[in-house]
Design a protein around this ligand. Sequence first.
Ligand code: ZN
Ligand code: ZN
Ligand code: FE
Length: 740
Amino acid sequence: MELDIYIHGTVQGVGFRPFVYRLANELRLNGFTRNTARGVEIHVEGDKSELFVERLKAEAPPNAKIDRIDVLPSATSGCKGFTIFPTSEGEATVFAPPDLFTCSDCLRELLDPSDRRYRYPFINCTNCGPRYTIIESLPYDRMKTTMDAFPMCPDCRNEYEDPLNRRFHAEPNACAKCGPRLSFFENGKTEGEIEEAIRVIRQGKVVAMKGLGGFHLVCDPHNAEAVRRLRTLKERERKPFALMARDIDTAREIAFLDEDEERTLLSPSRPIVLLRKKVEIDGISPNINSYGIMLPYTPLHALVTENSPLLVATSANVRNSPILKDEAEGIHELSDALLTHNRDIAMRCDDSVLEVVDGKSVFLRRARGFVPDPLGIGLDDQHPAILSLGGELKNTITILKDGYLVTSQYLGDMGEIRNKRYLEEVLEHYRNLYAFNPEFITCDLHPNFTTTRMAEKWGKPVVKVQHHIAHVYAVLAEHSVDPGEPFLGVAFDGVGFGEDGNIWGGEFFLGRNGRTERLLHLRYVPQQGGDLATREPWRMALSYIVDAFGEVEMVGLLNDVDMRILKGSRNAMEKKINSPLTSSMGRLFDAVSAMLSVSPLRIDYEAEAAMRLESTASEDVREHYPFDIRDAEVDMRRMIRAIAGDAENGESAPVISRRFHNTIAHVILAASELARERYKIERVILSGGVFLNSLLLRETVTLLRDAGIDVYVPERFSPGDEALSLGQAYYAAFKLKGAN
Ligand code: ZN
Ligand code: ZN
Ligand code: FE
């Protein structure tokens, strides 16, 4: 039987065509295959063509992601043998492959003295190696990657052209004769690059090491002086540093990990996984109960960790700016020595960071290994192209093209000019990569966001989406929930511009008939000091205490604040000077953290106060504090009074913290039950950066499930502001669809 098969999905650059070739030969089928702009096209003829289709689905290579297969009877017949045709040019697809960790076959060759690539740090094959970070345009082909600068030697070319070789069309294929090379600089260039780098690390110095999406700063985690030096270079007092462990056993020596966490560490994306500490290594993640650990994901990493099983490997960037990808971007000021190479990075990209909660991933940062991974949302190709510019902090952009949403890697805070340039870099890249030209632009409702101003200047129709509605829609998008279906959307985060001009962030939305209205919100309190209050959590403690008691009670951290400053803040609050109203849940976490003196007076990185509060929480405390839901308001004053009372009576911070977490979960349960009774809503969406708190997430999901409620949580995208652009795009797509 003659069949034409069209495969959509991430099927280029993952060893798909060689797999097709081998399968067709095994089943003695004639025909051909080729990469097209939309995926892979296959024509087969022979007795077993239907079996071929079945096995195609069942046995596809591990990194292929098939989105859709169309099988049609074919008019073509009479092919002789099975041929792989060259890639046809044409309109670009949205499917670019993500970067992949070094596979076990390549690792074996890397350490085999008889192999021609013995200890060659850029070994790769059709199943592994750099992809997204070296691609300049699509379809994926060597000529369109930064490997174009390295003409293949005859041996490499033979492998590349042989359909039965495991390097057939491995676009970054290379060897020591023809491919990229390492170099090492300390005081001038030195031979023996890897050995030299390790020697320098052992001396307590900081080495910048070029990886896939940029440079890492690497040092010895057990050398306190080296770690301090790294903190000085990065201008970070306490922000946790990621560790690279040679293998699972090394990770297990310093942290606890269960099966799911082990599987995640070993997954092809090789993310940084947050794991509970077993032993304390000074200065790595102070006051937090976890380490961020990753395994080696390039051959260079494998060689460097061979005899140095545990290293600090943190992104090389100056505070709040993008990861560096070229030496010229100032890498020398950040390091003592340089281990680099001459393969250019086309697209800078940080390591991804996630935690595993009840077997599922929660992204703290979605980047290398997970981008681009297009998300099909069931719209047809004819839908207008949308560009979503996201928010301000921890931003990303999303494009809608051909019915797929593509969300970029984490880009950082837009207030910093270098991050804004990074956004422009990615935007330009996507225009080339995806031949993308937007017809609509979306952005946040906030009038002063960098991205809002960019959207307004674009010259195309702009759809503005309220911050927390975008949070909820991001989760609807990844679960393919039609926004026309009824839902209760919970959006808990630090800050977002509200429709009434106040700062929102503890929000419950009612979604019905495609409309989203604010149902409940945390009672407003003044955020005295404005943005300063996000960096000085004691200000929120003061605000909540005054709201609950009607006067100042000296609780926790307030005792450490300079009296004049404290009084000044109190007076300003009374006179409503620099005291915008907020319903932010993130700020409530800050307040409680400060009431328990768990928070520092001034934080070093976003959410430090909340993370410390979570880290300190005791494991087995069941009870929670009282609260009230009145009209549209969630009133936590009784809880604040109870916490102050507990603290005064000498109850421990771990117990109070845990009771507080339980209380917030119960607030969500109460709101969900209210929505169910009043509006017959059974579906609850959890969104917003507060749900990066795994304790809260786990408690909430358990409570809601036990109550028979359907819970949707962010799994493929971050709960935080990284997902805003995704939510905006999904919101606008449906709004525009309705308008048609
Ligand atoms: Zn490989
Ligand atoms: Zn070669
Ligand atoms: Fe947010």
